[in-house]
Design a protein around this ligand. Structure first.
Ligand SMILES: [Fe+2]
Ligand SMILES: [Fe+2]
Length: 307
């Protein structure tokens, strides 16, 4: 706790050092290359689906990658609210804390614009217009109805999950040839997210120092938010299958639909929930905040380790 001020200052410095502009990463007239996979199969789970041809698997990989970009835009809606709220609590308080948190919210808004630009470029070049969830404001309000500590635990999970995705499926991936444009976008996203994970930790530490008894209730809220996230992922999955049917000009049989939905649900849940819960840095950060919080995640984990 003693070094908190210098930690916030260090977050500002790191954020300034790695900061980028949307136009540098993704110019307005970007054309997406649809000849190859965009994200790794580890995050899209298309290769094992037997009822799809190679071309159809490629299309589903691309649909999933576009949904992946959109889901970040979708989920960052509550992250903007969380960071802006935490910043407002430091008004006339600690300017360094407030500035670090305002950068955090500004960066999330920038990320939303980046991902929106990506999904527009995708829609311009893909065979059909992909169907995407649009109830992010309603979901963000429902998330923000929980305690700040519950949402900070959830956000720490989400942000360290993005790190895990980047490390496991892009940086260290020597097997697959992926789309360099998308990989570069996720790399730069992560460079700014790294500071957010530190700020989530510091803000959670602040709350726990004042109200240590709230950890248990906040972890219950974290568990509820994971359940709700599963519902959101399933809703996007239904839309992905609709887009796939249109793009492939196929009407799937009951059995084919079941095979696709099962494989894709496993992939979504594993990617967004399981991979976050087992991220080593998520567990060690929780342990540092409260050993009970880490314990709770370890107890919940088997529900979501579905591969
Ligand atoms: Fe972000
Ligand atoms: Fe973030």
């Amino acid at each position: 706790m003693l070094n908190q001020d210098s930690e916030y200052q260090s977050c500002i410095q790191s954020s300034e050092r790695v900061s980028w502009r949307i136009d540098e990463l993704l110019p307005k007239d970007t054309v997406i290359d649809f000849s190859r996979r965009i994200l790794s199969d580890a995050l899209t789970g298309t290769e094992g689906i037997r009822c799809l041809s190679d071309q159809e698997k490629l299309m589903l990989n691309q649909i999933r990658s576009n949904s992946y970009a959109h889901l970040f835009l979708f989920l960052e809606e509550y992250a903007v609210a969380l960071a802006a709220h935490r910043a407002s609590l430091e008004l006339h308080g600690k300017p360094t804390h407030m500035r670090a948190l305002l950068r955090f919210s500004e960066e999330e808004l920038k990320h939303q614009q980046l991902f929106a630009r990506y999904t527009s470029a995708f829609a311009r070049g893909f065979k059909v217009a992909p169907a995407l969830l649009d109830n992010q404001v309603q979901v963000a309000k429902a998330i923000m109805a929980k305690s700040n500590l519950g949402v900070l635990f959830f956000n720490l999970h989400m942000e360290l999950m993005t790190q895990q995705h980047y490390i496991e499926t892009i940086r260290d991936n020597k097997r697959e040839e992926l789309d360099p444009l998308f990989c570069n976008m996720l790399k730069h996203h992560w460079l700014e997210e790294a500071q957010h994970t530190r700020l989530d930790f510091l803000e959670a530490q602040k709350i726990i120092a004042q109200e240590p008894e709230t950890v248990e209730a906040a972890m219950n809220e974290y568990a509820e938010l994971l359940q709700a996230l599963r519902g959101t992922l399933n809703a996007q999955l239904e839309l992905d299958v609709q887009t796939l049917e249109k793009a492939t000009e196929r009407k799937f049989t009951e059995a084919e639909r079941k095979e696709i939905l099962e494989a894709q649900e496993r992939s979504y849940v594993w990617g967004f929930i399981g991979m976050g819960m087992k991220a080593p840095l998520f567990l060690s950060r929780l342990r540092a905040l409260s050993p009970m919080a880490e314990q709770r995640v370890l107890e919940l984990a088997p529900t979501y380790y579905c591969n």
